[in-house]
Design a protein around this ligand. Sequence first.
Ligand SMILES: CCC1=C(C)/C(=C/C2=NC(=C\c3[nH]c(/C=C4\NC(=O)[C@H](C)[C@H]4CC)c(C)c3CCC(=O)O)/C(CCC(=O)O)=C2C)NC1=O
Length: 161
Amino acid sequence: MQDAITAVINSSDVQGKYLDAGALDKLKGYFQTGQIRVNAASKISANASVIVKDAVAKSLLYSSVTRPGGNMYTTRRYAACIRDLDYYLRYSTYAMLAGDASILDERVLNGLKETYNSLGVPSSSTIQAIQAMKEVTASLVGADAGKEMGVYFDYICSGLS
Ligand SMILES: CCC1=C(C)/C(=C/C2=NC(=C\c3[nH]c(/C=C4\NC(=O)[C@H](C)[C@H]4CC)c(C)c3CCC(=O)O)/C(CCC(=O)O)=C2C)NC1=O
């Protein structure tokens, strides 16, 4: 896993250079938004189950996936879906804190599309639910942090499509 700091340092290190103005600007931006990131993470962890529940209500509930024959039908599958959404929320929060998406590649997206294909989990409905989670999260944490969280929710969606 990388974060905004190691990303900048690693790229200077491979060139054998001190941090240049661009690299320092990136770090400055990251440090200046530190409080916003931590506050957002705190609100998200206190409200995670509500965020997931509201997102499901906005996107999946009473759709074809929750009806007989749909991939969320039966309690076991419904619960697996809720659990997956909670994974996406938790890992997006980690990535937002780190200011870097690499944790999503390593721990979430690696092999996910293949797993979903083999179990018939519809990526399009999953993406809809993640987009709903993006809206619900933004309304909770405010526009700036919401936009930053959106980067990582979108990253998961592109990994799934
Ligand atoms: C932390 C990283 C991580 C991820 C991301 C993860 C995902 C993940 N989701 C799974 C299943 C599943 N995922 C879903 C999800 C859905 N079905 C729908 O119709 C909805 C659109 C959607 C929810 C948004 C369902 C229903 C299953 C169970 C499918 C089945 O067993 O038939 C499985 C198969 C094994 C299992 O059931 O536990 C994995 C590995 N596991 C992990 O360890």
